[in-house]
Ligand binder design. Sequence first.
Ligand SMILES: NC(=O)c1ccc[n+]([C@@H]2O[C@H](COP(=O)([O-])OP(=O)(O)OC[C@H]3O[C@@H](n4cnc5c(N)ncnc54)[C@H](O)[C@@H]3O)[C@@H](O)[C@H]2O)c1
Length: 264
Amino acid sequence: MAAARGQRGGDRDVPAAPGAAEVTMPIPPIADAPMQRARAIPEAAVARLAVYLRVLSGMAEQGIVTLSSEELAAAAGVNSAKLRKDLSYIGSYGTRGVGYEVSVLVDQIERILGLTRSHSVAVVGIGNLGHALANYGGFPSRGFPVAALFDVDPDLVGVPVGGLPVSHIDDIPRICTEREISIGVIATPPAAAQAVCDRLVAGGVASIVNFAPVVLQVPDHVEVRKVDLAVELQILSFHVARRADSMNVNGSALGNVDGVVIGR
Ligand SMILES: NC(=O)c1ccc[n+]([C@@H]2O[C@H](COP(=O)([O-])OP(=O)(O)OC[C@H]3O[C@@H](n4cnc5c(N)ncnc54)[C@H](O)[C@@H]3O)[C@@H](O)[C@H]2O)c1
């Protein structure tokens, strides 16, 4: 059981859309980047850095050596001013007339995101979602090997999923400690999520991705990211409603959705 619980280390929704309210996050300690420890990066910018990294990695695979901020911004779907601001957080300003060196930028972003070493992942709840996550080949190649699977269902325990046998949840603390699991993914029904979270914390897991629609209570040193596709759909719905509403206003520059007045 987690001893001290509090909200500081509790759920944080994954930033949904560019332009969402920005929460400042301290850069985690990175052994080989001591100069950057003291700086803080807005949480939404951290999410965008991960997007830039994905785009840059694809470009590196295509043999692209340098690119301009406009090119990278277009490929990442953000405006170039925001991109330059994001890259300034990591001390990367590019070279006038040349742009950014792809390999250098990849290294810098990987260091800031703490991706210079791999983070072993445990998935708990091997149902529909857990099966998909366990079988997804994209995690190991991005530095997140799935190293443990857990479920409570006796029909699943011992059965390999994605090449890894499912273990019983009673073994979460021991196996997580032995396999040095750093990230736990919770894909159980909501009623089971808190107890599963407590077991992961007891096994030394300090980063949790929670798919269950429930707010988890965790000690301060534990970071929880809550992933909720329904929230993403609701945000899209909000933007659709906002666009439709502003069209109905017939040429007016303002729209009104559910009592919220939105400037265009
Ligand atoms: N966030 C999202 O976008 C999103 C999308 C889909 C599902 N979900 C959520 O993810 C969770 C899983 O959804 P699903 O469709 O895979 O459900 P599922 O019913 O197919 O699978 C749940 C699994 O959890 C296991 N389980 C039950 N109690 C457990 C416990 N105490 N410890 C360990 N395992 C336990 C079950 O045996 C089962 O294998 C649900 O909470 C669902 O609401 C979230």
